[in-house]
Ligand binder design. Structure first.
Ligand code: GUN
Length: 296
């Protein structure tokens, strides 16, 4: 009997479509507002993964007609200097969105810096005011990766209502906000994490299984209910036996794809959606700040 293979949830393609629509929206808004949307990206040090993400974000910005203001600091930059730059960007009318690429070197307090960003320019949705709005179901800037997962599900007609979603990982960047978004979409949500006693038994209950742990291939085929939707948020760099670097997710894709009904690839799944949602957030913020209509 031929092994069934799941449907690929193509985040790359959806992200491209979204960026095309955003480019059109920005072209349309430009004469009305008199300036393009602006995004400031703060990066510290030279972590190669962070540098690659930042490059992606800056290129995507330019593709849709946004201006990117890159601020790259040496690894030993002080907390005070970064805070001062954020305060300056808060006041800069050309800047609609500010993000600090994470993780930061150990001597810096990332949380204190996130608190410095004006909530209305917090395009990563990580300021406590925006996380509070999410808990309260009020409009606001939403964390990009979880919002990207929800958009990807919606674009394939996969409605979480009535489904049991299991989110593995409880980070503030992904697991916690995504659990809230799935809950608001009427899923029954379980959060699993490193202290969950029987991860396999919990995962096997999932109609929607989200892996957001940051451990290569921790979700194996025997942990997936046949027909489940599997969302892989992990992006892990591993070396093969020849010493060559590869990107793999938190899911053992090759084996899980014959058990799941739908699955996201790595790369080309959730990661591409994060960038698209960041651009959406920056455009939303631009419209709010310039009193232009986002949905025209
Ligand atoms: N590092 C890994 N993912 C992200 C993200 O979505 N935003 C920021 N600021 N840093 C990250």
């Amino acid at each position: 009997m031929a092994v069934q293979s799941s449907i690929l949830l193509d985040g790359k393609q959806l992200a491209q479509q979204m960026q095309g629509a955003l480019a059109q929206k920005i072209r349309h808004l430009l004469p009305q507002v008199g300036r393009p949307p602006g995004l400031a990206v703060l990066m510290v040090g030279d972590n190669p993964a962070s540098a690659a993400y930042v490059r992606n974000k800056e290129r995507a910005c330019e593709r849709v007609g946004m201006v990117s203001f890159g601020h790259h600091f040496p690894a030993d930059v002080s907390q005070a200097e970064l805070a001062a730059v954020i305060r300056q960007l808060n006041q800069d009318d050309r800047v609609d969105g500010i993000l600090v690429q994470l993780p930061l070197p150990k001597h810096l307090d990332a949380e204190a810096l996130l608190y410095e960003i004006l909530p209305d320019k917090d395009v990563d949705g990580l300021h406590p005011a925006n996380l509070g709005r999410l808990v309260r179901k009020e409009p606001g800037l939403k964390s990009c990766t979880p919002a990207g997962v929800m958009q990807l599900l919606a674009s394939y007609g996969l409605d979480p209502q009535g489904k049991h979603a299991v989110v593995v990982g409880r980070s503030i960047l992904v697991g916690k906000p995504l659990a809230l978004m799935l809950l608001d979409a009427n899923a029954t949500v379980t959060m699993a994490h490193s202290k969950t006693p029987d991860l396999k038994a919990t995962a096997l209950n999932a109609d929607i299984l989200v892996a957001a742990v940051g451990q290569p291939q921790i979700i194996t085929a025997d942990m997936v209910k046949p027909g489940a939707i599997v969302i892989d948020v992990g992006i892990n760099r591993i070396l093969d036996s020849m010493g060559k670097a590869h990107l793999v997710g938190d899911v053992d894709f090759e084996r899980v794809k014959s058990v799941a009904s739908h699955i996201t690839p790595v790369p080309g799944g959730v990661g591409a959606m994060t960038v698209a949602m960041l651009l959406e957030n920056a455009t939303w913020s631009y419209c709010q700040r310039c009193k232009a209509s986002y949905n025209e």
